[in-house]
Ligand binder design. Structure first.
Ligand SMILES: [Zn+2]
Ligand SMILES: [Zn+2]
Length: 137
């Protein structure tokens, strides 16, 4: 009995024999299984890039690296949100002015309604007077 350690490919989880074995980052691969996570391009031990547990080709490593850079830039904005706050303040002032205009419009409408109600009430009073006159007769 040969006590052969059967190593499994990190990518396809199948047994890797010495002939096709390729090891990097303490992981074992078939030579044909070490590929860029992004474009599936075949990599070799000489040209792969390893980041966050994944393997990439040169160009895609740059892409991932830049996107991580963008993330940190974004978190810097969160730490210094003064610009955003100023924008929100301006917006609030704008909405306040709009509200004032709306209130004035509402007041005008209310005045019109009040005038109409007064006219109706006056008309009703006149009708009542007329009815009273009729009843007296
Ligand atoms: Zn494999
Ligand atoms: Zn790639």
């Amino acid at each position: 009995m040969f006590n052969v350690k059967r190593e499994k490919c990190h990518q396809c989880n199948k047994t890797v024999y010495a002939m096709e074995k390729l090891s990097c980052e303490n992981k074992v691969f078939h030579k044909r299984c070490l590929r860029c996570k992004q474009c599936n391009k075949l990599l070799s031990t000489g040209n792969y890039k390893y980041i966050e547990g994944k393997f990439y080709c040169g160009p895609h490593f740059k892409q991932i690296f830049l996107s991580i850079g963008h993330y940190s830039a974004f978190s810097d904005e969160k730490k210094n949100p003064k610009k955003v706050e100023k924008k929100e303040e301006v917006k609030q002032e704008e909405t306040k002015e709009e509200e004032v205009e709306k209130k004035e419009e509402v007041k005008q409408e209310e005045q019109k309604e009040e005038e109409e109600v007064q006219k109706e009430e006056e008309a009703k009073e006149e009708e009542q007077k007329e009815e009273e006159v009729k009843q007296e007769n």
